[in-house]
Write a protein that binds this ligand. Structure first.
Ligand SMILES: C[S@@+](CC[C@H](N)C(=O)[O-])C[C@H]1O[C@@H](n2cnc3c(N)ncnc32)[C@H](O)[C@@H]1O
Length: 198
């Protein structure tokens, strides 16, 4: 997949950022990749101090992590992505961006240790198991039972995280998140929620 830098400032707006991707990836952007305004608000909340470590569960083509690393150079951003082609795109975008505070891994999020992170970003990554509308591709197996498995796994991990853990959800129903995470703020029509574990 070709990545090109056509813009002097890809962080200017979503169109400018997305032009770095192939047409196929650009077309998926509105539904699947976070908008820059969301990323800026989420990253600023998730990385309150120097050295904060933030993970994006299901990092796709890396839009959240790359833009977050640009907006918050004092913090480290990590992405885990199950689809190899999207992971490879994110790696190429990292090189193009020149950013050193962003890191990508290929795999399933259940294979990594989520204890290593202070903040978590979650853009309803498992939803494509429930609806056949607007899926990214047909390269993986989808099923409602897989949705339940992932959602329950994440719920349990979130419950085990220490007090003070920061979580940002985008397009996620509140009953998917343990009640110990208290809402600090919500915006963008309640779609973006900033939460801290108590
Ligand atoms: C809605 S996209 C969000 C992409 C990115 N976080 C962003 O905000 O731009 C969700 C991504 O999660 C990935 N994903 C879904 N389930 C996953 C899992 N179990 N492990 C790793 N990645 C997963 C999908 O392949 C997809 O690329």
């Amino acid at each position: 997949m070709k990545i090109t830098s056509l813009n002097s400032n890809p962080y200017r707006d979503d169109e400018a950022f997305d032009q770095q991707f192939s047409l196929r990836i650009q077309k998926l952007s509105k539904i699947h990749w976070s908008p820059l305004k969301i990323i800026k608000t989420a990253a600023t909340f998730l990385a309150p101090q120097s050295g904060s470590r933030v993970i994006d569960i299901g990092s796709g083509v890396g839009k959240f992590c790359i833009a977050a690393a640009h907006y918050c150079p004092h913090a480290e951003f990590y992405g885990i992505e199950q689809r190899k082609n999207l992971y490879q795109t994110s790696k190429r975008l990292k090189i193009l961006s020149g950013l050193n505070n962003v890191h990508f891994t290929h795999g399933d999020f259940t294979e990594i240790n989520l204890k290593d992170y202070d903040g978590i970003y979650f853009f309803n990554s498992f939803a494509e198991n429930l609806s056949s509308n607007g899926r990214i591709d047909n390269s993986i197996q989808y099923s409602p039972s897989l949705y339940n498995y992932y959602a329950n796994y994440l719920y349990k991990i979130l419950e085990e995280k220490p007090i003070g853990t920061r979580l940002v959800t985008y397009h996620v129903d509140e009953n998917e998140i343990p009640a110990s995470y208290r809402l600090t703020d919500s915006s963008f029509d309640q779609k973006l929620k900033l939460l801290i574990k108590h």
